[in-house]
Design a protein around this ligand. Structure first.
Ligand SMILES: Nc1nc2c(c(=O)[nH]1)N[C@H]1C(S)=C(S)[C@@H](COP(=O)(O)O)O[C@H]1N2
Ligand SMILES: [Mo]
Length: 245
């Protein structure tokens, strides 16, 4: 006899996969149809958007904060590692020499953080798979400050709904608080044991193996903790916001 809990787990898995695919294909269909979800305000767009947001809420409710993403051995690291951004590698921007990580919103104080200050915090390392929505994946090694630890350190309101990221290449993204507090979500400073170079996200990128690649912003300039939906570069064009992997 199949136990009820087994059944539930199966059902959750199926629902999760189905919803994820549904969310992505809705966005993809809208874009293929030449319909820009961000600018039109017709009834169809409003219905599509509310379906996508409903999908996000269901995915967030199904998210298991204790389930860890798979980890790998050093010999399984993908080489060469593929670069991806909304522009070619020749247009990668270097951080300003006086770069600091800005912090704002529902936090204890709006203090900026230097790279040295970030490096002085406890660090964690992971070898995980990065999955891009374009249909490829690769295994890499990242180290840095667990985002949950950082959020506690800056006195963030951990009941807030969103953590938003602004990048100095005009990219942006945002995640739900439960995913921000997941133990494998880190503010990565190192890639394969050396400080991140600009193309891999210097000085700091988000590494979140429980979400798709586009939810891993590189070249971060500012972090905000908020209850106002921040959206993001691809999210605003119809990509499924939750995008668990
Ligand atoms: N700042 C910034 N971060 C970004 C992007 C970008 O265009 N700009 N692209 C995202 C996408 S779609 C992917 S797949 C990954 C690629 O990361 P990689 O270059 O380390 O493989 O970065 C994500 N983070
Ligand atoms: Mo991606």
């Amino acid at each position: 006899m199949v136990r009820r809990s087994d059944h539930l787990t199966q059902l959750r898995k199926l629902e999760r996969r189905h919803l994820l695919r549904g969310g992505l294909s809705l966005g993809a269909a809208a874009m293929l149809g030449g319909c820009d979800l961000s600018t039109k305000d017709g009834v169809v767009d409003r219905v599509l958007w509310s379906m996508l947001r409903f999908n996000d809420r269901v995915q967030a409710a199904l998210f298991d904060p204790n389930r860890l993403a798979a980890t790998f051995r050093p010999d399984q690291i993908t080489r060469p590692f593929k670069f991806n951004a909304y522009y070619p590698v020749s247009q990668v921007r270097k951080p300003d020499p006086d770069w600091q990580l800005e912090v704002s919103g529902l936090v204890g104080e709006d203090k900026s953080w230097s790279l040295d200050e970030l490096r002085a915090l406890p660090q964690d390392s992971q070898i995980t798979r990065h999955i891009c929505v374009e249909g490829w994946s690769q295994i890499g090694q990242w180290s840095g400050v667990p985002l949950g630890l950082f959020l506690r350190r800056i006195g963030a309101d951990l009941r807030a709904r969103y953590v938003g990221f602004e990048c100095f290449d005009d990219y942006s993204s945002s995640i739900d608080m439960a995913s921000a507090l997941h133990p494998q979500t880190i503010l990565a400073l190192d890639f394969e044991g050396a400080p991140l170079t600009p193309e891999w996200g210097a000085p700091v990128r988000l590494r979140i193996p429980t979400k798709l690649g586009f939810k891993n912003p590189k070249n971060i300039a500012a972090i905000t903790v908020t209850n106002t939906y921040p959206g993001g570069y691809w999210e605003d064009q119809g990509y499924n916001w939750f995008s668990g992997s």
